[in-house]
Design a protein around this ligand. Sequence first.
Ligand SMILES: C[S@@+](CC[C@H](N)C(=O)[O-])C[C@H]1O[C@@H](n2cnc3c(N)ncnc32)[C@H](O)[C@@H]1O
Length: 261
Amino acid sequence: MIDTGDNEVPWRLLEADCGEVLDDLPAGTVDLVYADPPFATNQVQKGRSEGLAYDDRWPDLDSYLGFMAGRLEQLHRVLAPDGAILLHVDWRTSHHLRLLLDEIFGAGRFVNHLIWQYGLGGSSPSRFARKHDDILYYARGDERWFEPPLVPATSRRMAGMMKKATDVIAIPAINNMATERTGWPTQKPVALLEFLVGACAKPGGTVLDPFCGSGTTLVAAVRLGRRAIGIDRHPEAIRIAEQRLKELGDPIAAADRRAEG
Ligand SMILES: C[S@@+](CC[C@H](N)C(=O)[O-])C[C@H]1O[C@@H](n2cnc3c(N)ncnc32)[C@H](O)[C@@H]1O
């Protein structure tokens, strides 16, 4: 395990299988888990160049669900009593994982089934195009911090005004030319993570991403003044995440300097 964090920065990266290190984190200390695990695509997910890839092949659905069940139980343990989890998956497994979350968190802890509508990818002549992911939102306990995000209103009556966001989040996927693209496969846009972290993790709180990939969640969390812990078993993912976080500098010191100047 490599711990690239220190006391100077509000983030910590662990290069490991999250299943092997989550039990080392203290119970009840994380305010928000955002987990974007392999989706059970049964493919090697390839990025921009050789070496930027992770294996998402499974012998069968049961082995995938067993992998997820153990890690979701570990994640439940580290959440604070008023914490919550956002599990980002898609049509392949969201129905199975919702039942697993009902078992582990309790059906009464279900908060939302969010749809991330990203609008990229091909269409199909034989069915509706699959252009959204599923984000399952569950609370750890009775209390939960939430700050409803505001989005531009679309009705003519409210033209130019803002309204509270609904379950459908329309944020474009990262396109091939985007400057934020790192080359890591299945990288999510920072705008999506800022939307989720800003709504579901209290300022100054701790956000944990056990499948952090290129570190998008940590970048969003640190930019919004939260602390962040990221775990990924792939050394290249950790290297990219570390580089992105270092490029942010120290946002808290930068904000202080702006206030003084
Ligand atoms: C869907 S990608 C995450 C992408 C990330 N959200 C981003 O924006 O770059 C899933 C990640 O899980 C990692 N992974 C797969 N199995 C893992 C495990 N057992 N422990 C930790 N990380 C794992 C992969 O290396 C991959 O980076």
